[in-house]
Design a protein around this ligand. Structure first.
Ligand code: SF4
Length: 73
């Protein structure tokens, strides 16, 4: 179990004079879409190590994910 992706930060997003914090990926160097933020925070049984291609590429991990869903019958 992890506490979330080490590449995740929350940064201020300034918009029309209002500042709010949004999830930011330091590996991709861009703000994270709300749906992906669930992966970044390891919510709903998601895991950045297996479910995020950006993390896997940044860590030099292979494309293929071992375990569930790998292979077939
Ligand atoms: S997009 Fe991927 S690499 Fe970036 S913070 Fe989220 S889980 Fe980590």
């Amino acid at each position: 179990m992890t506490d979330g992706c080490p590449y995740l930060e929350y940064r201020a997003l300034s918009e029309a004079g209002r500042a709010e914090s949004r999830a930011y990926c330091t590996a991709a160097d861009e703000f994270v879409q709300p749906m992906r933020a669930d992966i970044c925070n390891d919510r709903y049984d998601l895991d950045h190590e297996t479910d995020c291609e950006i993390y896997r590429e940044a860590e030099g991990l292979s494309e293929g994910v071992e375990g569930e869903g790998a292979g077939g019958d």
